[in-house]
Design a protein around this ligand. Sequence first.
Ligand SMILES: [Zn+2]
Length: 243
Amino acid sequence: MTEGNCVLCGKWGPLTFEHIPPQCASNNKVIYVQKHEHLFEENSKLFGKKMRSQRGFGKQTLCASCNNDTGSWYVKDFCEFSKQGLEVFTANTIKEYVRGEYIIKPQNVLKQILMMFVAADSDGAVGQIEGVREYLLNKDNCNFPPDIKIYLYSNSSSHKRLLGYMTVWDKEGDQLVKKQWSEINFKPFGYFLTHNSPPPNPFLVDITDFGSTPFDKKMIVTLTTAHLVVQNPMIGYYKNVES
Ligand SMILES: [Zn+2]
């Protein structure tokens, strides 16, 4: 069993496999994953190849206690959101923008989305951002970390990004601007985290406000999400958006 520091609580010990997104959001099939060494390390034997994963999409970064606690608090409500998202996506005939009404527990959903970003980041940087640990390890804590924003888009691409915390130098006019980003996509949505940075384009929908609702409170939320196409591993780039 792999040992290491849990990316959420920081304690050393055996690490458990966290499905990202959770299995109940259709993440339980055999999938093909391209990790860093498959994509960027030209000297690696694995370069240009992909890896078969029997377990679905995920990472081994959390201790059993963090995995079980947050799983029992947030996963069910996230999967409900994902299930409704799939129905809305399927029902929309015009796929440029996907409009739907969701009956969900917004705070619970947001907590699980942030949880996925924490688990996706093997280096533990997201887990160390101010306020993240307290917010996720206490289900009733509704103080969403002030320097983070979470964005949403509709997505059905077979190419998947499971990108931990990255520092990207993005061109703005003649200037290079530092962006701190993380991204995960899995049908029917893509999720984007920014840390003290703007999003990559104006089409992503900011859902950070989900964090201003009480834990466990069910509400009706109307969302119109842009349908963005992912076809490569480059964070924040979409086939149908000019960059
Ligand atoms: Zn832990």
